[in-house]
Ligand binder design. Structure first.
Ligand SMILES: CC(C)(COP(=O)(O)OP(=O)(O)OC[C@H]1O[C@@H](n2cnc3c(N)ncnc32)[C@H](O)[C@@H]1OP(=O)(O)O)[C@@H](O)C(=O)NCCC(=O)NCCS
Length: 178
């Protein structure tokens, strides 16, 4: 899409984004995730969207950024001060346009500012090539169980600074000034 980068925007999540974020989560799993996992696994993965209380808690802690295009939420990322990239999902209508790259870049810069030396994630089959392309190294794979169904994921890490970890308490504040 022409001049796409100029028209999309990254900002902090606000509670009114929750329905849009859940919509992206489900569409991303059903359309992108289903290229890598079977029906049973996809249903088990997407079922997490039903627990609204858990989502509310998750989205209101850590750092959650949303990408928007003409006010529509096209993707989101969640990051914890431990260095964990916990969620990164892009709406299938907007994949391969650099949105996940932009979200991850923003988080990596914040982590750097916070002297968090290493980022890690438990990458799905549907995101491991993305993380590899972004310089994350494969550490190991494991099966996680969701609703009694096993899904394979991959622990991936990236060293972003040689500095010792100094915690991540003020990330929100840091982002606000950018
Ligand atoms: C992984 C995901 C977040 C990538 O989002 P995206 O916005 O399409 O990614 P980008 O456009 O920034 O991609 C950057 C690069 O990553 C790589 N990449 C992205 N998706 C890829 C894929 N499915 N297969 C292989 N490489 C991929 C490519 O090198 C790409 O560069 P290119 O577009 O020039 O080829 C998206 O596919 C997604 O939402 N997947 C399903 C949800 C998921 O599994 N989330 C992780 C849970 S742990």
């Amino acid at each position: 899409m022409d001049n796409f980068a100029a028209r999309y925007h990254i900002r902090h999540y606000t509670p009114t984004d929750m329905p849009a974020v859940l919509h992206v989560f489900k569409r991303s799993i059903y359309k992108i995730g289903s290229r890598y996992y079977n029906h049973e696994q996809i249903d088990a993965w997407a079922a997490a969207s039903l627990d609204l209380h858990a989502w509310e808690q998750r989205l209101n802690s850590g750092v959650v950024l949303v990408a928007t295009f003409e006010k529509t939420v096209t993707g989101f990322i969640r990051f914890e001060p431990t260095g964990k990239i916990d969620l990164i999902y892009i709406h299938p209508n907007y994949e391969h346009q650099g949105i996940a790259s932009a979200l991850l870049h923003k988080i990596e810069r914040l982590a750097e500012q916070q002297r968090i030396p290493r980022l890690f994630t438990l990458a799905s089959e549907a995101s491991k090539d993305f993380f590899t392309a972004k310089g994350y190294r494969f550490i190991g794979e494991q099966d996680v169980e969701k609703r009694g169904i096993k899904l394979r994921n991959h622990r991936m890490e990236k060293d972003i600074t040689e500095l010792a970890a100094a915690g991540g308490g003020a990330i929100r504040h840091q982002l606000a000034s950018h």
